[in-house]
Design a protein around this ligand. Sequence first.
Ligand code: SF4
Length: 410
Amino acid sequence: MARRSDLETSSKPRQAGRRSFLKGAVASAASAGVAAMPFSTVAAGQATSQLAQKSGIPSREFGNTGIRVPIMQLGTSQRLDQRYDKVMHRCFKAGVTWFDTALSYGWGSSHRAIKNFITQVDGRESLWLTSKSGSGSVSGLRKGVDEACEELGTDYLDLYLMHGIDDLRMLDPQYLALGEKLKAEGKTKFFGFSCHDGNVVELMNKAAKTGGIDAILFRYNFRRYGDLALNRAIDACHRAGIGLLAMKTQGSVPRDLEAVVDFRSEDFTLGQAKLKSVWADERIASIVSEMDSVKYVRENVAAARSEKSLTAEESHQLNQLAALTAHYACNGCNHLCESTLDRRVAIAEQLRYLMYYECYGKTDRARELYRTIPATAREFSDSELDQACRVCPQGIDIPARLRRAREVLA
Ligand code: SF4
């Protein structure tokens, strides 16, 4: 799966709204007796970027944070070897020194594996660590950062994200002030959120206005380029100096369906081409890529180092693939389909776990996650999903896909 550039810090000024929010929040943290940040975010961020740069992984400005980010990071929600994880080591050696994890990944095992990994490399400073908490409360998020640090065996995170948010209230002042407080305390260098489903556009537009958000991790791939509202939201965030991180860049559907387009390229595999297509969008600072084998590390690193861009023919094939397999690729826009129902049916969530099962081979994890959905939110009748199917921009046969999810995951 799939980068380039130089190592200077950004001299771009922050947006006025953002700057005044930060000024106010830091001032209130100071007046609350919070200690000044104990490290230089720029210097520490540069250190990890330099490692990447030396190895040929390009970097880009990370919004207006003042640091550069390698264009590829390792996502770690897959099963990691607790003693010696080959994928992490191979990534590190190749210059992929930014790791993305979460309290929920592997029910904590991801954190523990990374903790052990830190002892096997050049120490904490040589790695960038992003972690996330799915708590919906300020106190829960506060607790989450401490838990994450403890599990990772570190005093601080580089980036702390509110995980998978879909509620605009998560960008209310108390949450943004928490981010500033955690930064002032030195618990995290940067603060932001990730979002999988629904409200992504609204969340991004709100974040661009409120300030206080350094980074957003969101679902973005070759299937989304025609989405005007999403593009405008990306523009707004980019202008506001928010560092944008893309995930789910493979836009996966079951492999036999991908074969509908016999992807041909002299330079790239299909997976690499999908990464390249995201990197072609310079508003995106970096891709978080989950690589569950050394083979994928090799493939993605090669794509990241390659200076070649996709040809028109390669882009055309990706567009064809997007069009021909749209009806199997849920975009996570659940505010469209789920809002047609009188009660909650977790359509996007079930389809996401079905994707984990069908496309990522994460059988156990997909089943575990599927079973966390309340039984009532998994039940449905074909007739009540009629309207949901009508509004689905992907043309997904939602009842058929939910039946498939039940068949393999329940
Ligand atoms: S089923 Fe369709 S409308 Fe619902 S989240 Fe998926 S792509 Fe969006």
